[in-house]
Ligand binder design. Structure first.
Ligand SMILES: NC(=O)c1ccc[n+]([C@@H]2O[C@H](COP(=O)([O-])OP(=O)(O)OC[C@H]3O[C@@H](n4cnc5c(N)ncnc54)[C@H](O)[C@@H]3O)[C@@H](O)[C@H]2O)c1
Length: 460
């Protein structure tokens, strides 16, 4: 779509949602656009407090983020709980709130829960006194812009709201670099004159540091669907290679050799071909399930089943990984202690949402194991909360069979260990641990790094 030169003045930007996307993306926009005031608001006041607090305890751990926040926060980046005031004064409003899988009602377990998006739209309709550009930064189902428009048009002040789709492709762990050097920036808008003016206003913001060839403009629906499709394609590669890892183990082929041989074909490419314990993170599973739901909604049952299989293989792989450890010890883990190295869903983040570690640890525990858990960036209370919230069995306070460690110095106590996050520091640790195990009963103390988790498991 051609971008028409039609300027719209933007001075104040608001972003609703100060999470893993809202915080880092707005920090980078503020850094790269010193002429703009960027305010990130959230209804979680603890999060806002942390964003305004010391740089070593920001709510999101990302390499390079403290430096960006430090520079921008002293100038044109603000974190606030004043949602009303920030909406009132901004010409452009990003919505970067969570869009989890629905847990009840129509589409439960599959469709996206849009209640937070709808709440944002209601706030914007209520507090706006002037025309606004409203931007979907969250990942949403196709045609969500229509729903947002319906809500915004209920405002009583006859204002004009232009809705754009600008999905975020950053990957946690490399978010700052991804924002600095994006593969592409995608902006979907309506083809009306005012729609094009709004698209152009957003293009001009990114053009402060991204070359115009990398800024792709489309209609709203293509943009919304592109994000779901990108995540589905990335996750599909992970499930494909993981499914082949099972066949390798039966046949004597080596999955790393296979990945290399496949990936050297330039039509396939090397990325996202590393076998792992399965993908995690807040995006892949929920976005594929959302795609499956959409396909079913439009009567495309075969297409739905095709994509659903990507999630099913991921669950199979997590289960298979844990079962291999159990089988190795003769069918159960009673009396055994297993070290869990890594709880975050990937390296270089403190995010544990949908982490494979949660499911693998549960299966090992259920088989009788005592767990010694360590992650360099995840707080012990987060690990405990994940266990309480996501394990299907109830855990009692101070369960002696679950120990969360502040250091990984538990080698003497364990019978085996599972590397579930590929933190750099585990590479040396793995060597040390293998040395500790060498002089002992190798059968019981072998190295369980089968199918390590990899960095190839995030939205990008
Ligand atoms: N995390 C990623 O790597 C990533 C990458 C690309 C896209 N996305 C998408 O971006 C969106 C946000 O993801 P996230 O990981 O940042 O989520 P998050 O849970 O970390 O952050 C969302 C924030 O929105 C706040 N919020 C919710 N409703 C609100 C309301 N009505 N008013 C004010 N604040 C509100 C929450 O308190 C929370 O702090 C999701 O749609 C996700 O799919 C995430």
């Amino acid at each position: 779509m051609a971008i028409k030169k039609n300027k719209m003045k933007v001075k104040n930007i608001c972003c609703i949602g100060a999470g893993y996307v809202g915080g880092p993306t707005m920090a980078v926009i503020a850094l790269k656009c010193p002429h703009l005031n960027v305010t990130v608001v959230d209804n979680n006041s603890e999060r806002i407090k942390a964003w305004n607090g010391p740089l070593d305890s920001l709510p999101v751990y990302e390499p390079g983020l403290p430096e960006v926040v430090s520079k921008a926060r002293s100038r044109n980046l603000f974190f606030s709980s004043d949602i009303k005031g920030s909406i009132e004064k901004s010409e452009m409003i990003f919505m970067a709130v969570n869009t989890p899988t629905k847990t009840e009602g129509d589409g439960a377990g599959m469709g996206a829960d849009l209640r937070y998006i709808e709440a944002c739209a209601k706030d914007i309709a209520k507090y706006s006194n002037s025309n606004k550009i409203v931007i979907e930064k969250s990942t949403v189902p196709i045609r969500t812009a229509e729903k947002i428009k319906e809500i915004l048009d209920q405002n009583e002040k006859a204002l004009n709201f232009e809705i754009l789709s600008n999905p975020e492709f950053l990957a946690e762990g490399t978010a700052v670099n991804d924002m600095f050097n994006p593969d592409r920036v995608l902006i979907g808008g309506s083809e009306t004159k005012s729609g094009q003016k709004a698209v152009n206003a957003l293009v001009e913001i990114y053009a402060n540091w991204v070359s115009k060839e990398k800024i792709l403009t489309t209609n709203v629906w293509s943009s919304e669907l592109s994000k779901l499709a990108s995540n589905a394609m990335l996750a599909q590669r992970i499930s494909s290679i993981n499914s082949l890892s099972a066949l390798c183990e039966k046949t004597g082929a080596n999955i790393d050799e296979l990945s290399k041989a496949i990936g050297m074909d330039h039509r396939i490419g090397l990325y996202f071909l590393k076998a792992s314990v399965g993908f995690g993170g807040s995006c892949f599973q929920k976005d594929i399930l959302n795609l499956v739901y959409l396909c079913k909604y439009y009567g495309l049952d075969e297409v739905a089943e095709y994509w659903h299989q990507v999630v099913k293989i991921n669950n199979y792989q997590k289960n298979r990984f844990a079962q291999k450890i159990i089988d190795h010890f003769g069918g159960d883990l009673k009396g055994k202690t297993i070290g869990i190295l890594g709880w975050a869903f990937k390296a270089n983040t403190n995010d544990t949402r949908e982490s494979a570690a949660i499911d693998v640890a549960e299966k090992l525990y259920n088989s009788g194991a005592t767990l010694e858990i360590y992650d360099p960036m995840v707080k012990p209370e987060t690990i405990i909360n994940d266990i309480k919230d996501y394990w299907s069995i109830k855990i009692y306070e101070n369960d002696k069979k679950i120990k969360i460690n502040q250091t990984p110095n538990f080698a003497e106590k364990i019978d085996g260990f599972a590397v579930l996050t590929e933190w750099e520091e585990f590479k040396n640790l793995q060597l040390d641990l293998s040395k500790v195990f060498d002089g002992r009963n190798i059968f019981e103390r072998s190295l369980y790094s089968i199918g390590k988790n990899t960095n190839d498991n995030d939205c990008k």
